[in-house]
Design a protein around this ligand. Sequence first.
Ligand code: AMP
Ligand code: MN
Ligand code: MN
Ligand code: MN
Length: 304
Amino acid sequence: MPMPQLPARFTGDPAPLGIDLHMHSTASDGALAPAALVALCAQRGLSLMALTDHDTVAGVAEAQRAAHEHGVTLLAGTELSTRWSGINIHVVGLLPKGARGTLVAGLESQAEARERRAEVIAARLEKVGLADALARAREQAGAARPLGRPDFARALVAAGLVADMGEAFRKHLGNGKAGDVKAHWPPLAEAVGWILDAGGVAVLAHPLRHSLTRRKRGLLLDDFAAAGGQAAELVSGFQNPDVTRDLARQLDERGLLASLGSDFHFPGGYLAPGSMSPLPRTAVPPVWSHPWLATGLEAEPAVL
Ligand code: AMP
Ligand code: MN
Ligand code: MN
Ligand code: MN
């Protein structure tokens, strides 16, 4: 397995890095099977990728086999759903040793939480006119994987209750709406603890995507760092460069490392694997400089 050439720091070079540490497959709400995702990443010239499906590592073994074939370095990962201050916060775990320790039971309880949450979401959507909501969402998911809000969104569209996914989230499933059910998720700090226990690096996912004030975002970063979180996504998809520089300052102040990812879910959208805003010139070191990941990248791939 050839080792990718990873920069030791971000220099503000606008050329794409060929690194994407946040992507989804059919193991959660992505459209591509893990092997197909890896093939697309290879085709797009990525050297380092992480598969970070929601609350599962079920796609990682298949992705790891494909990564070997294509000569891409793959980091095992997951994106955990958590609760902080009444909002649904996502934490990416980069897992050079795979899922182990308390993360194993943690992922089991996340799967159960997803099941129970789906029942509550279904009951609430039935009240707004989606009959048989659970069965309809299951039908949209196609496979036997745990249900996510996008499955309910597609069911609302299919039933003609909303025009598109955007409207489904705006009216029924987005932050603060009836289908935004958070009670089942663990506190942020608990999920971070599982990742650390697995020898992984905890990365706060897309901190700019929660419409938080700068001050509140600072409090989130404080609590995340206090829980042992080591990094945050400095760049997630496309974002305003001034905001990125400001976020870099907030990371720097707390000693958090910088990660980056597209949060790719499906082809045909405006995002593809590896597509994201350029990293600004910043003193914040890249997440792969963390010793646990550096070792993981050099060592034999984790057995999963
Ligand atoms: P869940 O993990 O089941 O809570 O669902 C959250 C997922 O819904 C996110 O990871 C996105 O993939 C998707 N999502 C969130 N907001 C939107 C939106 N406005 N339009 C389409 N998909 C969305
Ligand atoms: Mn998703
Ligand atoms: Mn997310
Ligand atoms: Mn994601």
